[in-house]
Ligand binder design. Structure first.
Ligand code: B3K
Ligand code: ZN
Length: 876
């Protein structure tokens, strides 16, 4: 499979003004008639070029050019495209009639069935599975869509835009016509047909327009839409206030779908959501679910401006819409809850998934320069690092400057398909700034390493910082240029307050935090007028996606963890302290010793327990040790067993040593009242359940009883699941009892069953591979449902390192077998599962060899370009 290259971009030879689609919907075989009004693209400069339409897995029934049927002699068609070599010089119309098989579509791209519904997923290249079409994001057209189907099975027929007509057909069929006034690329097309219940709400925009909000679910889920609708209204209001962006249609539709390859999709006026990210009721969804729903609903809504009104010229520009939209989503999340907690959680995600990607064989720039399968590039780098890059721009230009730049971008490019370059130019122009060096963040892969060293001269009252940046080599990019790094910092004094910062040559001191903009490989700064040696608080708020190396002592970290005025860095200091000591313990295990609870960690946690907790959510995070996946990134050669032993020794040690503290913390923060999704209540539950987790790390009779009681009595899924998770990780008789009771109670609720599956797959207890095999044989499991695959295999391979990396390689074998089974059915999901194997080179020799062997097996047997590309890059 040949790669597609950014440098090969050519504008489309033909533009498309309007498309008229007519669907005769049937799950077995759906007929599609597409009428396209085309004309040569004056900007292409290719008069007389052949007309190339994309198409995949289609049955071609009829082709017309300007009303005349075309015969095989005058066009050619293969597995990927249909080419008409000669078309008229001016405007012309093409009519294509095709048939597709929704029920047989296991890839869940294009038109497919989910439960009794028919639905679509077109981004990035799914529309070509519906009809022959110029399926590229820079071809925008106005769509009219007529859906015709059996009324009894498909009473509800939805598409983008406004419903303009409807009527009866023959033999129990009916039809509905939709018109979308906004030109859009094919990837934003959507349709849904099914027997659905509609939850409705309303929103009045800032300028006074009324918008109907329709959320469609299956009838039995009708009581689970309130939170998503409330989140939608919050998002709509927030985008008006923060960006001055209003919604532009009279109708906003959201549909919950059970079989969905990813989280959700921003189709114009008709969002499709994985039901996991839309349905919630206190007894079935956790606080994490509620938080995710708010974020994803916001994310898809924000795409209406960053993605839909202004879209991408080509798929290399994916981060133009995704990085910017994730950043907007993060701002929204911060505004809806605690800023520090939101920042901690997004940095945790970045470091948990993107840093490893950036350090491995699948590393790529935020704007990649080539791909084989674009579906493989919906990555943490394009999304999360892309958002960090936008955040740096926001910080560099300031809130007003950034807003002015965005205003300029919306105004100038509305209705167009543009590039990252266009976005940056808009920011530059509106701020009269030069962002030339900043562009490296888009083209250069790898996480910059910041080596910071200091020296204090008591006599002179000066504090010197020497900062060196270095970005490690990544595939295809052996040498790197320095990138501009905004280093937010503070100097913390002995009393815990920020000291004034005055650089040599400056007139006045700055109080609080300041930002040093690093541009060169090495830079030196001298702070003056200091009467004591400060502790530098570096990269406050995680001001750049970089890794800081500074030789902190335990005492300095403890000082920052207790006092830093930057709440993110307060948390960060504690994590760094824990990491240093856990890694030292893991090393001890590797050299034949035994892991124990490190003293400084013990002290840090007991100090936290003694201090009053004003922000429960923040405290819960501070009390949580970095997970094994994150610790692994800092290990020279990863030994999953040693890491697990080290972390467990610390956890059980803390459980033992601080038992009283955990009990009283739990008592103090257990929420008595009815469930409410409010930041404060969420924080209390998180903290009480963190305490429960410690109590259950070394479960005595009392802890077991309390945990079982919480499991049985909880009126909300957050508390019930926290108890179940603790039980499932302990080898105690209550474990089985609780797992059975939970399944008994929730077996008819697929989203809750997913949690039950994931908890077992992620349990570190011995026999993980066998447990996962048994789960895959369980009637609740299904290989055709991506949520089930993620719940079992995703949880096992990504959140259960000690079992997945079992020394005999059985975990790797199981994963590779599954990839092969999915390869022919749903290559997109199959390719994602290859990810955990790609970091094989980082592991101790026997694991390295076993992972490598599985990758070789995949290389030999896998057929899809999706899996093929991942494996090739992994073996690199
Ligand atoms: N834009 C979609 C992602 C489509 C992924 C296709 N493999 C969801 C989102 O980012 O909002
Ligand atoms: Zn998105």
């Amino acid at each position: 499979h040949a790669p597609v290259r950014l440098t090969d971009y050519q504008p489309p030879a033909y533009l498309l003004d309007t498309v008229d689609l007519h669907f005769q919907l049937d799950p077995g075989r759906t007929r599609v008639r597409a009428e396209m009004a085309l004309r040569p693209n004056p900007a292409a400069g290719e008069p007389g070029a052949p007309l190339v339409l994309h198409g995949q897995e289609l049955e071609l029934l009829r082709l017309e050019l300007d009303g005349e049927p075309l015969t095989r002699a005058v066009y050619s068609v293969d597995a990927e495209r249909l080419v008409i070599p000669e078309v008229p010089d001016g405007a012309f119309t093409v009519v294509v009639e095709t048939a597709t098989r929704p029920e047989a579509n296991t890839a869940l791209e294009g038109l497919y069935t989910s439960g009794g519904k028919l639905c679509t997923q077109c981004e990035p290249e799914g529309f070509r599975r519906i009809t022959y079409f110029p399926d590229r994001p820079d071809v925008l057209a106005r769509y009219t869509v007529t859906l015709e189907a059996d009324r009894a099975s498909y009473p509800v027929l939805l598409a983008n835009g406004n419903r303009v007509a409807a009527g009866e057909g023959e033999e129990g069929r009916h039809w509905v016509r939709w018109e979308d006034p906004f030109p859009k690329p094919s990837y934003l097309f959507a349709l849904v047909a099914g027997d659905l219940t509609c939850c409705t709400d309303r929103f009045t925009t800032a300028s006074g327009r009324e918008v109907d909000l329709h959320l469609y679910t299956e009838a039995h889920n009708a009581d689970r839409g309130d939170h998503a609708l409330a989140s939608l209204k919050q998002a709509m209001r927030w985008d008006e206030e923060a960006y001055g962006r209003e919604y532009d249609l009279d109708l906003y539709q959201v549909v919950a779908v059970d079989d969905f390859n990813m989280g959700a999709m921003e189709n114009k006026g008709l969002n499709l959501f994985n039901s996991q990210f839309v349905l919630a009721r206190p007894d079935t969804a956790t606080d994490a679910d509620y938080t995710n729903i708010q974020a994803v609903v916001g994310h898809e809504y924000f795409h209406n401006w960053t993605g839909n009104r202004i879209t991408c010229r080509d798929w290399f520009q994916l981060s133009l819409k995704e990085g910017l939209t994730v950043f907007r989503e993060q701002q929204f999340a911060a505004a809806m809850g605690s800023e520090a907690v939101a920042r901690i959680d997004s940095v945790d995600r970045l470091r948990g998934a993107q840093f490893p990607e950036d350090a491995g064989p699948t590393a790529h720039p935020v704007r990649p320069s080539e791909y084989v399968e674009i579906n493989n590039f919906y990555t943490p780098t394009v999304y999360e690092k892309g958002a960090e890059v936008v955040r740096m721009l926001h910080n560099a230009l300031g809130p007003e400057g950034f807003r002015a730049g965005c205003d300029r971008y919306f105004e100038r490019f509305d209705g167009q398909a543009v590039t990252v370059e266009d976005f940056l130019t808009a920011l530059e122009e509106a701020n009269d700034r030069d962002l030339r060096q900043f562009r490296r963040w888009y083209t250069q892969a790898g996480t910059p390493q910041l080596e910071v060293r200091s020296s204090f001269d008591a006599e002179a009252g000066t504090f010197d910082l020497c900062v060196r940046q270095h970005t490690p080599a990544t595939p295809g990019q052996p040498a790197k240029e320095p990138v501009p790094i905004p280093l937010a910092l503070g100097l913390v004094g002995a009393d815990g307050h920020d000291l004034p910062m005055q650089l040599e040559g400056e007139e006045a001191a700055i109080h609080g935090s300041r930002v040093l903009l690093l541009r060169y490989e090495e830079e030196r700064f001298r702070f003056t007028g200091l009467t004591e040696e400060p502790v530098p608080s570096l990269l406050r708020g995680f001001s750049a996606p970089a890794e800081v190396d500074y030789p902190y002592s335990d005492a300095e970290l403890a000082h920052l963890a207790g006092h830093d005025s930057d709440l993110f860095n307060r948390w960060e200091a504690g994590q760094r302290l824990a990491r240093t000591h856990l890694l030292a313990q893991a090393d001890a295990v590797r050299s034949g010793g035994e892991a124990r609870l490190p003293g400084p960690l013990h002290q840090a946690i007991s100090r936290l327990l003694e201090a009053p907790a004003d922000d429960a959510a923040l405290m819960a995070r501070a009390l949580t040790l970095p997970d094994e996946g994150q610790l692994a990134e800092y290990m020279e050669t990863i030994d999953p067993d040693a890491l697990h032993a080290a972390r467990e020794a610390a956890r059980t040690g803390l459980a033992r040593e601080l038992r009283e503290g955990w009990w009283s913390l739990r008592e103090q923060f257990r929420d008595a009242g009815p469930y409410r999704f409010e930041p404060e209540a969420v924080g209390r539950r998180a903290l009480a359940n963190t305490a429960l987790g410690y109590l259950m790390a070394e479960p005595d009779e009392a802890a077991r009883e309390a945990c079982m009681e919480q499991f049985r009595e909880a009126d909300n899924m957050t508390d019930q699941l926290a108890a179940l998770r603790a039980l499932a990780a302990s080898d105690i008789p209550e474990r089985q009892e609780a797992l059975e009771a939970f399944y008994e109670r929730w077996q008819d609720d697929p989203l809750v069953v997913d949690k039950w599956l994931a908890i077992q797959a992620a349990s570190p207890l011995p026999g993980g591979v066998e447990r996962v095999q048994a789960l895959m044989d369980h009637p609740a499991f299904s290989l055709t449902n991506p949520n089930k695959v993620r719940a079992v295999i995703g949880a096992f391979a990504m959140r259960n390192p000690v079992q997945f990396h079992r020394p005999d390689g059985a975990g790797y074998r199981l994963l590779a077998d599954l990839v092969l089974e999915l390869d022919g059915r749903n290559p997109q999901i199959a390719a994602r599962l290859v990810k955990p194997l790609t970091r094989w080179r980082r592991f101790v020799p026997e694991r390295e060899a076993a992972m490598h062997a599985e990758l070789e097996r995949l290389r030999e047997r896998a057929g899809s370009p999706d899996v093929g590309e991942m494996v090739d890059r992994a073996l690199g």
